[in-house]
Design a protein around this ligand. Structure first.
Ligand code: FE
Ligand code: FE
Ligand code: ZN
Length: 283
């Protein structure tokens, strides 16, 4: 059975994310490793992190899906922007290794800013090849993107090419975001099986380590990235009912990134997803 959760704020500490997760019926969650501007991160209190780990093991949590700041761009044409992305990602992964070994770190591959996909991929691979040898206990995930603007990672082929060229491919995987791939032109509304078969052929289902569950405000193949609440957008409830039951997606952490005003909104969505997945609501 999949693990369900949403993004939680790290600002109240690590234990607080664990208790918030329990409050909303979650058994995984995501958090941003630093604010979107990419600023410095304060050192976490080891006792606070230990308290989270206790909650996670007592309540059978799945892997956490930490998210790198989406403003980082390891394939920018600007060397300063690339250097900053490299520094921040390295620091994030070292921190994950140190405090929460055995979990996932997801990031957006980046935007080639006019240099073309081939150059973009080359720069992403170069950045990963500097970082990965030092990563020990964290699986690093490329997020599948909608392909807006010059975004890299809007096709399964681009993700596969990055994975095939890194020096430590065993430390990497993919996170599929339902809104992004539908916007990118993978029709999971009418042919979820076909899309997953295609992913398996091009990337390999063994590489799939996490999902982001978002409905979409924009139509199929729009190459936009506008998340909507589950069941309220162009993907629709029936698509998610299939996703949470799909045999190829079993046991994955599935993270909601839907627009909600409060934790209550995600609690409602998690209850709905559990119901579709045939899980009891209070577990
Ligand atoms: Fe993301
Ligand atoms: Fe996402
Ligand atoms: Zn998105």
């Amino acid at each position: 059975m999949p693990y369900f959760g949403c993004h939680l704020s790290v600002s109240g500490g690590f234990k607080k994310m664990g208790t918030d997760a329990l409050d909303i019926g979650a058994t995984t969650f995501a958090y941003f490793t630093r604010n979107p501007r990419g600023g410095a991160v304060k050192k976490p209190d080891p006792a606070d992190v230990e308290a989270l780990k206790t909650i996670m093991s007592e309540h059978g949590f799945g892997p956490l899906v930490a998210h790198g700041p989406y403003t980082l761009n390891p394939c920018s044409s600007d060397a300063k922007v690339r250097d900053f992305a490299l520094m921040a990602m390295r620091e994030d992964m070292e921190r994950m290794d140190e405090i929460l070994p055995g979990n996932l770190y997801n990031f957006h591959p980046g935007s080639h800013t006019g240099q073309g996909y081939e150059k973009g991929i080359e720069l992403i691979v170069a950045a990963l090849n500097e970082i990965l040898p030092g990563v020990k206990h964290t699986t690093v995930l490329l997020e599948a993107m909608s392909g807006k603007g010059s975004e890299v990672g809007g096709t399964f082929e681009q993700l596969a090419e990055i994975l095939s060229r890194v020096n430590c491919p065993e430390k990497m995987g993919v996170c599929l975001d339902t809104c992004h791939i539908y916007s990118a032109g993978y029709d999971i509304v009418h042919d979820l099986d076909g899309v997953l078969e295609q992913f398996d052929r091009v990337v390999g289902l063994g590489r799939l380590k996490a999902m982001h569950l978002n409905d979409s405000l924009t139509p199929f193949a729009s190459h936009k990235d506008r998340h909507e609440k589950i069941g309220r957008g162009s993907l629709g409830a029936a698509t998610f009912a299939l996703v949470v039951c799909h045999h190829s997606l079993r046991d994955l952490p599935m993270i909601l990134e839907t627009p909600q005003d409060s934790l209550k909104g995600w609690a409602g969505e998690i209850a709905m997803l559990k119901n579709w997945a045939g899980l009891p609501e209070d577990e």
